[in-house]
Design a protein around this ligand. Structure first.
Ligand SMILES: [Zn+2]
Length: 396
């Protein structure tokens, strides 16, 4: 299984110039190859190895390419072909797609060292150095341990001007548990971000982000600056920093929430998001599903799998209307927040009822009798989990 660790790096002025020059060389190369792809040869898209074979000649013509590690140049081509492949896949799935675009100045934001040309200095503390071929040793802060076999590192410049190194690491999965002891069902909702079978209701991450007002303020300031002025450029960076901070707060929230579920449960049943999004977009005419859901499920899946747990995706249809105790279908419009069953008399928050159904479906899906866990025990999340609700709190 592959994981990505992201760390901030602190290049000196001179190193930053080299990093920027590398980005620009990669951008030139990307556009050059894209142009050749568009031109086609005898009506066919040229093969990747054919283009790769032109690299030595290109280097002779453009000496600045020699200032870039050769593997980094090859990875530009790799990126281009993988973009092409994902585009073709979208097309196959019936999506309307355009063509790949040429990258303008400032639109090429990352480059990758694969297998060779990089290394992190050994040591004990968090402050180390990332050695990059043709660039130098850049200070890096390993705020968390980097373990596993590093396959590649991607160097990225954010709009805020900060630089990051993203390490792709191969790690082993733990053996799956033979017996389940702590399953949980999770309902992703509009009213509550999450409702689970332990009876927890978690609010939406947007609601807890307090920096939203700051964003508005910075945006207003930007619009007041004169076009093309230095102050406007400065303000743009300030705005980007605010965006970045908000994104970080959201990610932090999602990381802690998913970590909490992954640590405390060996089976996590969730709805199949692709189906849910489709359903909701047809029912309501617009896509109300939040993109943070898919991010959350992604985090949840890799964290749970790493800890030896399961994430089971179930069909979301019917999970809200069905009674989790007797199975009676009780249709209710969105604004009815409580599930009231006329048959067995169960009264429960609608999202909690859905979470119970999701857990039962998840257990059935892997061949476990839901009865073994019925009625679902209601236990609060451990005290540590309450930290989840506040962003910016220390990591669990
Ligand atoms: Zn019932």
């Amino acid at each position: 299984m592959q994981l990505t660790y992201r760390y901030r790096i602190y290049p000196s002025r001179a190193q930053e110039q080299k990093l920027l020059a590398t980005l620009d060389s990669c951008r030139w190369l990307y556009n050059h190859f894209l142009e050749r792809l568009n031109r086609k040869e005898n009506g066919k898209t040229p093969r990747r190895y054919k283009l790769q074979a032109t690299l030595p000649k290109l280097k002779r013509e453009r000496p600045e390419l020699k200032q870039v590690h050769s593997k980094v140049l090859q990875m530009v081509l790799h990126q281009l072909y993988s973009n092409l492949r994902s585009l073709a896949e979208l097309k196959r799935n019936g999506r309307k797609v355009g063509r790949l675009r040429f990258k303008g100045r400032g639109w090429f934001k990352s480059f990758t060292y694969n297998q060779s040309g990089f290394g992190v200095t050994k040591g004990r503390g968090k402050r180390r150095e990332l050695r990059l071929s043709k660039v130098g040793a850049i200070p890096i802060v390993l705020h968390r341990e980097l373990d596993g076999e590093v396959k590649q590192v991607c160097i990225k410049r954010e709009r805020s001007g900060k630089w990051f190194a993203c390490f792709s690491v191969e790690v082993e999965e733990l053996q799956k548990a033979e017996k389940l002891s702590k399953p949980v069902g999770i309902d992703l909702g509009i009213e509550h971000y999450i409702a689970d079978t332990n009876g927890n209701l978690v609010g939406h991450p947007h609601n807890i982000v307090k920096s939203e007002w700051k964003l508005k303020q910075e945006q207003r300031r930007l619009s007041r600056k004169k076009k093309g002025s230095r102050n406007r450029a400065k303000q743009r960076v300030r705005l980007a920093r605010t965006h970045e901070r908000i994104r970080n707060q959201r990610l932090d929230f999602l990381h802690k929430l998913s970590r909490c579920y992954a640590n405390h449960h060996d089976l996590i049943a969730v709805e199949d998001l692709a189906v849910k999004e489709m359903m909701e977009s047809t029912h309501n005419g617009k896509n109300i599903a939040d993109s943070a859901w898919s991010k959350f499920l992604f985090m949840l899946t890799y964290k749970a799998e790493r800890a030896g747990g399961w994430v089971v995706r179930v069909e979301p249809r019917g999970t809200t209307s069905r009674c989790s105790r007797c199975g009676e279908v009780v249709e209710k419009p969105l604004w009815v927040r409580v599930h009231r069953c006329p048959k067995c008399g169960l009264e429960l928050d609608r999202d909690l009822n859905a979470a119970r159904n999701i857990l039962q479906d998840g257990l059935k899906k892997i061949g476990w009798e839901p009865a073994e866990f019925a009625p679902v025990e209601i236990e609060p999340l451990p005290a540590r989990a309450s930290a989840v609700i506040e962003t910016g709190s220390p990591a669990l």
